[in-house]
Design a binder for this molecule. Structure first.
Ligand SMILES: [Fe+2]
Length: 456
């Protein structure tokens, strides 16, 4: 029986058989994107197969610099549409690609066609399609029509907070006259999961599935991932030595590139033993299908200094920066609420791993504040100037999501994991007497296009 299943799975995946395609799949799963693109192209050249083109599309759009790859992705979508037509999932994906085109180049008519087609095919049953069309209408400044689209998406799925937020923020900006009774979010906590790394073997399958589901949109905290022993102490010493040489006046972030090799090795040890081998398999949806996680692009070290009580500016032993005075940034938050990968068209798994090396949290040291409810689309603060469509003032994002956010209290060696769209920010308060050091890692795994397009 097992042998039969193995063969049926094998043939299901690889018929019509093509050596280039089989090789390309292996390369794609190992995150060798450039090489897999070549192989998929070759496979598609010999056999104009819909699945081959979908995989080529997935490999081509797997790079995370969307600005660099979006033109190629759109060209492949165009070919897909012309040769094979498209179903709802494709049209939604194609529409999302257009939403990722920078504002100056955004072609609303193209996105309009895509989302309208998706709505037509599914008879308006998918919240995500209406949300996409709402984004187009909002960009066109057809605000009342945008509100209608967002309302329709809420009718399809009452938990679609992005649509609620868009209506509320358009009302706050004076673009529409009715807020349809939508208020800022009132409570959360349901989606914050908190595990002890020492209990990893005891965590039930059910919890793992739940964690994966929540990870996609929510937040998980793992306690005691790195033991508080001499390794952690020596790691911190290495980090302090390195970061002392770095100019924090602008970003408070020290990159991988300039780090000494001893430090790189120590952090790599954590990545190999704890992140790659233990946590990623647990929280990655695609791990069971053989997709290897891809670290993107590397790691950063973050240093958050103490807030000086008298001057109310953040001050450390290396620099002083009045972060609280940055326009549009509420006092108490060193960064605006943001998402780490606010890209519409990439469906692959994504996790940010945030590792604190100091005790932190309210009244202790600067920590992070995270949203704990599902969110499925980019919401960009206007002040970040990312050039994406329908950016919103950071303070409106803060007000709407405020009650649904948690200020994490964590100890050295704890890891916080969240998905690509999870809104979060650094926070500090005047009672904090200590600075905080942390490591920030991002990982991706799985195909870039929706799994339905790959028949997975
Ligand atoms: Fe971030």
């Amino acid at each position: 029986m097992k042998i039969k299943n193995f063969f049926s799975k094998f043939f299901y995946k690889y018929i019509p058989h093509n050596a280039n395609f089989v090789n390309a799949i292996k390369l794609l799963k190992a995150n060798q994107f450039g090489l897999s693109v070549k192989e998929f192209r070759e496979a598609y050249k010999h056999d104009k197969n819909k699945k081959y083109l979908a995989y080529l599309l997935s490999a081509s759009s797997s790079f995370h610099n969307v600005a660099a790859s979006i033109d190629e992705t759109i060209n492949l979508c165009r070919e897909y549409k012309e040769v094979f037509g498209g179903d709802r999932v494709f049209w939604n994906f194609y529409g999302r690609c257009w939403l990722d085109v920078c504002e100056k180049d955004f072609l609303a008519d193209e996105a309009d066609k895509c989302f309208s087609k998706a709505i037509e095919i599914s008879e308006g049953k998918h919240a995500d399609d209406w949300y996409g069309l709402g984004m187009v209408r909002q960009f066109q400044q057809r605000y009342n029509e945008a509100a209608d689209c967002y309302l329709k998406s809420i009718e399809c799925d009452s938990t679609f907070v992005e649509s609620q937020f868009r209506i509320w923020s358009m009302y706050q900006d004076g673009f529409i006259n009715d807020n349809f009774g939508i208020e800022p979010l009132k409570k959360s906590g349901k989606y914050l999961m908190d595990f002890d790394f020492n209990d990893l073997d005891k965590i039930s399958r059910r919890e793992v599935i739940e964690a994966r589901k929540i990870k996609e949109f929510g937040t998980i905290v793992f306690r005691n991932v790195i033991k508080q022993d001499c390794f952690l102490r020596s790691l911190k010493e290495e980090i302090l030595t390195y970061t002392a040489t770095y100019d924090y006046n602008k970003s408070f972030i020290a990159p991988y590139d300039h780090a000494p090799s001893v430090l790189k090795k120590k952090i790599q040890k954590i990545i190999d033993n704890k992140i790659f081998n233990k946590l990623l398999p647990l929280v990655s949806e695609w791990n069971d299908n053989g997709w290897k996680p891809f670290q993107n692009p590397s790691w950063w070290l973050q240093y958050m200094p103490v807030l000086d009580k008298e001057s109310q500016i953040l001050t450390g032993n290396r620099s002083t920066t009045p972060l609280g005075e940055i326009v549009g940034r509420p006092s108490g938050y060193a960064t605006p609420l943001h998402q780490d990968n606010p890209v519409n068209c990439q469906f692959s798994d994504w996790q940010t791993f945030w590792i604190t090396l100091d005790e932190c949290g309210p009244g202790i040291a600067p920590s992070i504040r995270v949203l704990t409810i599902p969110i499925r689309s980019p919401i960009d603060p206007l002040e970040e100037e990312l050039g994406r469509i329908n950016s919103v003032k950071a303070n409106l994002i803060s007000i709407f999501f405020d009650k649904a956010m948690v200020k994490i209290k964590a100890a050295p060696g704890d890891v916080v994991i969240f998905g690509r769209y999870m809104l979060h920010q650094t926070f500090y308060d005047s009672n904090m007497a200590l600075p905080r050091n942390s490591i920030d890692l991002r990982w991706v795994t799985g195909p870039s296009v929706p799994k339905e397009m790959l028949y997975l």
